[in-house]
Design a protein around this ligand. Structure first.
Ligand SMILES: Nc1ncnc2c1ncn2[C@@H]1O[C@H](COP(=O)(O)OP(=O)(O)OP(=O)(O)O)[C@@H](O)[C@H]1O
Length: 234
């Protein structure tokens, strides 16, 4: 397994437990969608995996990963190219090959013209692209991606989908939280559906359909059935 999460309970403090009994695993070459309504606990699940929650009972095992946050974070007064150079200094990798890949990705995501600018001054979508480039340059075993689609223009979404497909083919495991269910349905191998901090359903599209009782339903329809009422019963 590339990532195993066994979260018995977790939250922002012992008195504010958000997640209960969330267990899943991701193996080589798998793209798994983490889905659930607003406030369901997707970001909290990701924080539990990253080990940055104040309270967590359970166990996480993960290979080397790249985390792509929903809200990009950069060093201040450090240019895009300096971010790339800084990443290189933390990796044991061939410099020439790294720079070639960096330049290729900058071109693909149309950022070559701003390499000497500060990412803190970029638009949200441009910042997201920088985060993606830095994550991809690490060549990790696992990607943990928090809502990648909102904020990217259609062309960047297409590039991202192609990149994710390529990384998967190369053996990476990917956990991706998203609200864009039609895209998730097309690209994910499996799903983890959470609501109110609990696992509501998980598995392939067929498993999710069986759990929802909608044997021909779309992910959106199954999501609707499986999460309706969950928010009202506490
Ligand atoms: N820093 C925090 N301190 C305390 N509670 C928090 C904090 N961040 C989130 N929560 C609570 O945890 C619960 C789950 O939030 P989380 O951000 O994980 O949801 P989400 O599924 O990612 O939602 P969205 O789809 O809106 O991004 C919510 O009730 C939220 O109020």
């Amino acid at each position: 397994m590339f990532l195993t999460a066994d979260i018995q309970e977790a939250g922002y403090s012992e008195d504010s437990i958000i997640l209960k009994d969330i267990r899943f695993a991701i193996s080589r070459g798998e793209l798994v969608g983490l889905i659930g309504p607003n406030g369901a606990g997707k970001s909290t699940t990701i924080k539990a995996i990253l080990g940055i929650l104040n309270y967590m009972k359970g166990e996480i095992e993960a290979r080397e990963y790249s985390y792509i946050p929903e809200r990009p974070i950069f060093y201040e007064r450090i240019t895009l190219w300096e971010h790339i150079d800084f990443l290189l200094s933390t990796l044991e990798t061939d410099k020439k090959e790294f720079y070639e890949r960096a330049n290729g990705l900058l071109k693909t995501f149309q950022l070559s013209h701003v390499i000497h600018h500060f990412p803190e001054s970029f638009s949200k979508g441009m910042q997201q692209k920088v985060m993606l480039i830095l994550a991809l340059l690490k060549k990790p075993d696992v990607y943990i991606i928090d809502e990648p689609f909102i904020g990217l223009d259609p062309r960047a979404v297409k590039e991202l989908l192609q990149m994710l497909h390529k990384e998967k083919e190369n053996g990476a495991g990917i956990l991706m939280s998203t609200h864009v269910l039609d895209t998730a349905e097309k690209i994910c191998d499996r799903f983890i559906l959470i609501s109110n901090g609990k696992l509501v359903s998980s598995g392939t599209m067929d498993d999710i359909r069986k759990d929802s009782g909608l044997l021909n339903g779309s992910l959106f329809d199954c999501f609707d059935v499986l999460t309706t009422g969950e928010n009202n019963d506490g």
